[in-house]
Unconditional design. Structure first.
Length: 88
């Protein structure tokens, strides 16, 4: 589904499980949030996926700028445009 949304024609390459990867299958569920706080999703999965992909495309330059820093520079003190970045 994601490959289709982003136009990736390469397909999926399955790899051997890593040593630390001990879960045989992970499934996302809102059941606990529903029980604890009455959460009910209002956005269908496919629509949310499209929205997330669009957001990443629109914000990719900023994401790359925030994620990159030179050797020996701590991510906690790096700056862009002369201002200290706030860690949220």
């Amino acid at each position: 589904m994601i490959n289709e949304q982003v136009g990736n024609k390469a397909g999926i390459k399955f790899a051997e499980r890593r040593k630390w990867d001990t879960k045989s299958r992970l499934l996302a569920s809102v059941d606990r949030a529903r029980t604890l706080i009455g959460y009910e999703p209002h956005t269908p999965f496919e629509e949310g996926l499209k929205d997330a992909i669009s957001w990443f495309r629109e914000n990719w330059d900023g994401i790359q700028a925030a994620a990159s820093f030179g050797p020996g520079m701590s991510s906690a003190v790096r700056t862009t445009t002369g201002r200290r970045l706030e860690i949220i």
